[in-house]
Ligand binder design. Structure first.
Ligand SMILES: [Zn+2]
Length: 78
């Protein structure tokens, strides 16, 4: 039987369907009896879907230069 810590560590693998059938069965059994882990896995799933749908955006060269300049200024002050 998995415990809550196992579920927290393996939630992403569960969502991505990367667990063996036995481990997946044990995972589901734990979710069946543990409300907190059901909520946790649901939140992980929702967060990942949000990030996936949002997609990635690349910074413009000007934005990159602005950040790099700020980093250089910080390193010069130390
Ligand atoms: Zn649990």
């Amino acid at each position: 039987m998995l415990n809550c810590r196992d579920v927290a560590h393996e939630a992403s693998d569960y969502i991505d369907d990367n667990l063996s059938w036995w481990r997946r069965l044990m995972f589901r059994l734990h979710l069946f009896i543990c409300h907190n882990c059901r909520v946790f896995v649901s939140h992980v799933h929702t967060t990942r879907e949000f990030i996936r749908k949002r997609g990635t955006t690349n910074a413009s060269p000007e934005q990159v230069q602005k950040v790099m300049s700020a980093v250089e200024r910080q390193s010069e002050q130390k």
